[in-house]
Design a protein around this ligand. Structure first.
Ligand code: SF4
Length: 747
């Protein structure tokens, strides 16, 4: 780092790699290595390395746009803001506050996500707010909360992975989605640990595996149940752990015993010997982990699927112990923080529940409003988008591009176009922004300061390194201006640190307690893991151990100093008071490792949740005989709104493709690069064939980063998980067709 560099973090995925930004003579920045940040130790993928290109992109928005005569034309900020506030006010007066929708994003900083939730509930008074993080990890969050009483993606730092004996990686292609994290798996193997990868495709990550299990898409739940069956049958359960640290085992055991290996082999396509080998590899070492990602989560039974993998961990004593446990690899840059501070339909800041009277009282006091004025829980992301143009007449969209990223995207695009009014804040004219009535150009990443929370629960400070182009404002300024125009003059500061100070108070005592975290600490440390209560949150003189709010128990039944031999054994506020009593007022160190002594449930025990296999919402049939699964490629990110503007990334990943097995290609008569059509009950997409033995013959894969005729989400099924309301992106029935030259020309 040189003297003028600014240490900060990547704008893209949840790894939140550290980087230094150094000014360039043309007024931009270049990315320099930041070796001191422990997560990536200086390594970056191409997306992070090229991120400055979006700052100076020729397609960067630099002026508000308003729709005039069918076209978007430049306007002043006052014109644009007046138009938005006028439309929102008018529609609210005509149809009620719930006719206003707000849709956020997992890339927004904590400050923006917090303010957006407050803006919706206080300035607009609507319950209709959710965000695209619902599409990302909500099933894992729901399953983690059921089992452990608390959801934090990883309950331990990534650095614990190489110290485990075995890792089962389920539905994650880290080598492409988070390349610098691959070193944790490499080190795991160097240390003598083993890696099992569960993925229908032989991905770049699976190539590193000691054992690759390739189940049919949508059958991970049966696979986990089959493994648990074998664990029981082979006498590999940890009975002492089950008795001491869990509840509900008998029902979960009975459910697993109904999934015998041969039955599971028939469902999944994974052979019995492979199942037995996986159980041996997982159970023989003293420590082991299961890490899930979108594969098992983006299913209409994602919560149960993750629950089955958690059950496997609990039955074998692999949770809440050093170098053992279950974790979710959150995907979006601030997917973790974004789900903690109130932009989710059912949540208030600090991971509080919107339907909890105590939570409403606490947050409304911080906000200076009547608790009864806060709306209740609203619709989940897909349900909200599906209601556009009907119950919801206007939408404010920030940090998301659902025209590309939502399931059944053509339908969602049609819903968006049927709105009375759409306002979009973005850095470029995304496919969704193109449909807007007003587009506001906002600052991004290196042009603003704010915090994010990475997949480990580590809160980080992103720092402003560059002055934004003239004509651009921050999302916080937008919400401040709109709130004022809607008659709410106070409560929407534009300074991110001021927002964070309020967020600290709002989160204090909640499950995700940030009250002990300050910008100053974040500037001095490599992030701080939540929960991190402020010293005054637990006054040793005032704690009555008998009168403990379960919410506050959540945060103190988890503790660790972060060293290799966790010795802290808190058992509630009294214990924390005891620990702090020696050093009253000492800042809380943060909590790198959760659950080492208690889980965040009322009785401190993890809960087995009995689950049973069920089919995907849409199984193959005569008309649609193949399964489609979707995902990402290394050189693009999510809907591609930013990365598709970077020449180097476009050169590496210029467009969509259909990955298919040679046998399927032969049946179609398709050669490498030939256009093929993939047709589902929701639409048709066309992209070049990419023929490989790395995928099952009964499955095709499409990346979802592109709009247009190759848009994968034209095909995907919005069948929702009943608990998490997450759509089934990972499995739907399709047919694959050769495209004739005439059709190709027409397409
Ligand atoms: Fe950025 Fe993720 Fe790549 Fe790291 S792995 S550089 S955080 S996109």
């Amino acid at each position: 780092m040189n003297s003028t560099s600014t240490p900060t973090h990547c704008p893209y995925c949840a790894l939140q790699c550290g980087m230094n930004l150094s000014p360039t003579p043309d007024g931009g920045v270049e990315v320099l290595e930041r070796a001191d940040f422990p997560v990536n130790r200086g390594a970056l993928c191409g997306k992070g390395r090229t991120a400055p290109a979006v700052l100076s992109s020729r397609v960067r928005l630099t002026s508000p746009l308003v729709r005039e005569g069918g076209a978007l034309v430049p306007a002043t900020w006052d014109e644009a803001l007046d138009r938005i506030a006028g439309a929102l006010g008018r529609i609210r007066a005509e149809h009620g506050a719930d006719a206003l929708g707000v849709f956020g994003g997992g890339g927004l900083t904590n400050e923006k996500a917090y303010t957006l939730g407050k803006f919706a509930r206080v300035a607009l008074g609507t319950s209709q707010i959710d965000y695209n993080g619902r599409f990302c990890m909500s099933s894992a969050a729901a399953a983690g909360t059921k089992a452990f009483g608390l959801d934090r993606g990883l309950p331990f730092p990534l650095e614990d992975i190489p110290r485990s004996g075995c890792v089962i990686l389920v539905g994650s292609n880290l080598a492409e989605t988070m390349p610098p994290s691959l070193r944790f798996l490499t080190e795991l193997k160097e240390n003598g640990g083993t890696l099992i990868v569960v993925d229908p495709r032989r991905t770049k990550t699976a190539e590193h595996a000691d054992l690759h299990l390739a189940p049919r898409p949508g059958t991970d739940l049966a696979l986990a149940l089959g493994l648990l069956h074998l664990v029981v049958a082979e006498g590999r359960t940890d009975e002492a752990y089950i008795a001491e640290r869990t509840t509900g085992w008998e029902d979960a055991r009975a459910a697993a015993m109904a999934h015998w290996p041969e039955y599971v082999e028939r469902i999944t396509g994974v052979s019995v010997p492979q199942l037995r080998e996986a159980v041996r590899m997982f159970c023989e070492p003293e420590t082991a982990m299961v890490l899930t990602a979108r594969g098992p989560e983006q299913q209409s039974k994602g919560t149960d699927t993750v629950g089955a993998w958690i059950n496997l961990c609990l039955a074998t004593g692999r949770a809440g112990r050093p170098y053992s446990g279950y974790g979710c690899l959150t995907g979006q840059g601030n997917g973790q923080g974004g789900r903690e501070h109130g932009q989710k339909a059912d949540q208030l800041p600090g991971y509080r529940k919107l339907d909890d009277p105590a939570a409403r009282r606490h947050v409304s006091e911080v906000w200076g409003v009547d608790p009864d004025s806060l709306p209740g829980p609203g619709r989940s992301a897909y349900e909200l988008l599906d209601a556009l143009g009907t119950d919801i007449r206007a939408l404010l969209l920030m940090g998301s591009n659902p025209v590309v990223s939502a399931p059944r995207a053509a339908h969602i695009e049609e819903r968006i176009t049927s709105l009375d009014f759409l306002a979009v804040c973005d850095v470029v004219l995304s496919e969704t922004a193109e449909l807007a009535d007003v587009v506001l150009p906002v600052t991004q990443w290196a042009e603003e300061t704010g915090t994010t929370t990475n997949l480990e629960g580590r809160v980080l400070l992103r720092r402003q390194a560059i002055t934004p182009p003239e004509g651009i404002r921050s999302d916080l300024e937008v919400m401040h201006e709109l709130a004022a125009r809607l008659g709410v003059e106070k409560g929407f500061p534009t300074d991110p640190e001021e927002v964070f100070e309020e967020l600290r108070r709002a989160s204090a005592g909640g499950p995700a307690d940030y009250s002990g975290i300050t910008y100053r600490r974040l500037a001095e440390e490599s992030g701080v893991f939540w929960p991190c209560p402020a010293p005054q949150s637990v006054d040793p003189q005032s704690v009555d151990p008998q009168s403990v709010d379960p919410q506050s128990v959540d945060r103190v039944m988890v503790a660790d100093s972060g060293d290799a031999s966790p010795a802290v054994t808190p058992d509630g506020p009294a214990r924390e008071a005891e620990v702090r009593g020696a050093h009253p007022g000492t800042p809380h160190p943060g909590t790198p490792r959760l659950f080492l002594d208690r889980f965040a449930t009322p009785d401190g025990r993890a809960r087995f949740v009995p689950v049973a296999h069920r089919a995907a919402a849409e199984e193959p049939d005569d008309e649609y005989p193949v399964l489609l699964t979707t995902g990402r490629v290394v050189a693009q990110y999510q809907s591609g709104a930013q990365t598709r503007r970077v020449d180097e990334l476009n050169a590496a990943a210029p467009g969509p493709f259909v990955e298919l097995h040679p046998r399927l290609a032969a049946r179609l008569g398709a050669a490498e690069g030939d256009p093929v059509a993939v047709v589902s009950r929701r639409g048709r997409a066309v992209a070049p064939a990419r023929i490989t033995h790395a995928i099952r013959p009964d499955t095709v894969f499409m990346p979802f980063h592109w709009p247009g005729e190759g848009r994968a989400n034209t095909l995907t099924n919005p069948a929702l998980d009943p608990t998490s309301r997450m759509p089934e992106f990972k499995a739907c029935a399709v047919r694959v067709e050769a495209v004739t030259p005439a059709e190709a020309a027409r397409d």
